[in-house]
Design a protein. Structure first.
Ligand code: CO
Length: 303
């Protein structure tokens, strides 16, 4: 079989259409998430419902549905036998959708704690950041606007979490987009795809890794000796290096094989990221295409 040039190289517009399509699906998933994130909801059922909605629309999750509560910023996803339910919590729902590796990434906060200002701080910071995104903007300016907006709400940004670029099958591509004022940033250019994700807190604004991981990705494939680990690695090829959840894999002695692959340096683990001072955290995130005089937000929910 021969390949015509058109098959081999994807047209720029075709790629942008895939980003837009992924973004539109994600927006609908978040609308459903808002309705369903009520007290008493099973976290496992919620995550699976939202992930299945992505698949039913013909796309794939770019990473497991993150449902992180209160002082946890990110990387919590339910275990296969999780019994937790939503209570009086501040709930961050971070979702990724991809079509052929072109990723839309967005997050919302659903609050049942009454800390409205913390939620507004991240939402307004994201809005203010989006206002200034255009060809030629420096990411340092974006960080400054985010930090200032949060201070208006007497909140701090989580400084060791950042927004990021997106590339095919790469969820965290350069450049980093800081959530505070920094000395040196990067210039964004027309056609760049970026995700901006401010996290606001009433704590000191720093996170660290906490506990064991439910989310992993293949960072570097290499030959492994143990047959079960080799079989798992083969199975993981379908994710193309994007993060996956332990609960997505049905295999005997899965934990053992995961440990083997982690020790061999094949897997990256993503433990939960928790605010070091126990502050409550909110998050807002959108993915956008940088344009000459502004940007096109591809993950905006239709109202
Ligand atoms: Co992101």
């Amino acid at each position: 079989m021969t390949m015509s040039k058109k098959d081999a190289v994807e047209d720029k517009d075709e790629i942008l259409e895939k980003y837009r399509h992924a973004g539109a699906i994600l927006a609908d998933v978040h609308s459903a998430a808002r309705e369903r994130t009520v007290k008493g909801t099973s976290m496992l059922e919620l995550a699976e419902y939202l992930e299945n909605m992505i698949r039913e629309r013909g796309a794939s999750p770019a990473f497991p549905c993150n449902i992180s509560l209160n002082e946890d910023a990110a990387h919590d996803t339910p275990k296969a036998d999780d019994t937790r339910t939503i209570g009086e919590d501040m709930v961050k729902i971070d979702i990724g959708v991809h079509i052929d590796g072109y990723i839309a990434d967005a997050a919302i906060t659903v609050d049942h704690t009454g800390n409205t200002d913390i939620v507004r701080a991240s939402e307004d910071a994201l809005g203010a950041a989006i206002e200034i995104v255009r060809d030629g903007v420096n990411t340092a300016e974006i960080g400054e606007v985010i930090e200032q907006t949060m201070h208006n709400y007497r909140c701090n940004p989580v400084v060791n979490l950042t927004g990021h670029g997106l590339q095919q099958y790469v969820q965290h591509a350069p450049p980093q987009i800081p959530n505070r004022k920094v000395d040196h940033g990067t210039i964004l250019r027309t056609g760049d795809i970026v995700a901006i994700e401010p996290f606001a807190t009433n704590g000191v604004g720093k996170i660290s890794e906490h506990g064991s991981a439910e989310i992993y990705s293949v960072k570097k494939s290499k030959p492994v000796r143990l047959p079960a680990a080799r079989e798992l690695l083969k199975k993981l090829e379908e994710y193309h290096g994007l993060p996956f959840a332990k609960r997505w894999i049905k295999m005997e002695r899965l934990d053992h094989s995961l440990i083997q692959l982690e020790r061999a340096g094949v897997l990256q683990a993503y433990p939960v990221l928790r605010e070091v001072s126990g502050g409550t955290i909110s998050q807002a995130e959108h993915t956008m295409i940088v344009l000459e005089g502004g940007c096109e937000v591809i993950t905006a929910e239709r109202v």
